[in-house]
Design a protein around this ligand. Structure first.
Ligand SMILES: [Zn+2]
Length: 278
């Protein structure tokens, strides 16, 4: 199911992230290892959005039933030896547009944890489809988005987060600064001498609402990179990235509306000219 723990683990979480089996329910364990639903994702081979459906396999279904029985049995509590020894699980999906386009996931279960150790196409290739539409509006900052997602898909927290922060600094903050710098009460010297977090606060009213309305996220974005550790960066990456995407979607929407209004205006003036020249 979309946005379930299993769904996010398959399609949104980076490689090598570990899930502690004791911290999740029995049904989540089965759902991750034997996912039965479909996945909405960009298909790099179709170069378009698609739906990936799980390939059914009788042997695997039998394995799932055996595991369900084992974990629900009182003598086999989750904290027992059941998930102690190394075992590999695989999921194979096919693209609904073309059965030859596959999505493969490999998990390793060991020492009471589940981690995703392989994925093809890579998380980066799948997410690239989601963000390539921002290339035109982001300009130079598009490279930061590209690098942020690339580092995140390889589980590099601080590096990926640093690139997201650069988008806030070089794109959103700069856009807001250009709006304010010529105002009569603007103190440019104070701004230029300020640190990143102070600049954010000075321009808060001009920044996209999605970036500043959530206090928790706002404080994470404001922190210096050296104040954050790998785990914190990985934890907040998706939420900050989604906020950036939402803000960019708003800008695209505003641009489209502006363009549509201009088209209507020029169409009306074309009609006016035609009538007047009759
Ligand atoms: Zn496809």
């Amino acid at each position: 199911m979309k946005d379930s723990l299993a769904y996010n683990f398959i399609i949104k979480d980076p490689l090598y992230k570990k899930i502690d089996i004791s911290s999740i329910s029995n049904s989540d364990i089965v759902d991750i290892l034997f996912y039965q639903g479909s996945i909405d994702s960009f298909c790099p081979e179709c170069n378009d959005l698609s739906i990936f459906t799980i390939n059914h396999d009788f042997q695997k279904e039998q394995h799932m039933i055996n595991l369900q029985m084992s974990i629900s049995s009182p003598k086999n509590h989750k904290s027992s030896k059941l998930f102690e020894y190394s075992e590999i699980y695989t999921l194979e999906f096919h693209c609904s547009r073309n059965k030859l386009h596959h999505l493969n996931i490999i998990y390793k279960v060991e020492k009471q944890t589940i981690s995703k150790i392989g994925q093809s196409p890579s998380l980066f290739e799948l997410q690239r489809g989601e963000f390539k539409k921002y290339k035109f509006i982001l300009g130079n900052s598009y490279n930061d988005l590209y690098n942020a997602v690339m580092f995140y898909s390889s589980h590099f927290g601080v590096a990926s987060f640093a690139h997201l922060r650069r988008i806030v600094e070089n794109y959103f903050l700069e856009k807001a600064y250009q709006k304010c710098k010529d105002l009569s009460d603007w103190d440019d010297r104070k701004y230029k001498e300020s640190r990143f977090s102070e600049k954010l606060s000075l321009l808060k009213d001009e920044l996209p609402e999605t970036l500043v309305e959530n206090q928790r996220l706002y404080s994470i974005i404001s922190k210096g990179i050296h104040e954050l550790n790998e785990d914190e960066c990985l934890l907040y990456f998706s939420a900050v990235k989604e906020c950036i995407f939402l803000s960019l979607d708003d800008i695209i929407e505003q641009n489209n509306r502006k363009k549509a209004k201009e088209n209507i205006k020029s169409e009306l003036s074309r009609i006016d000219n035609k009538i007047n020249n009759k």
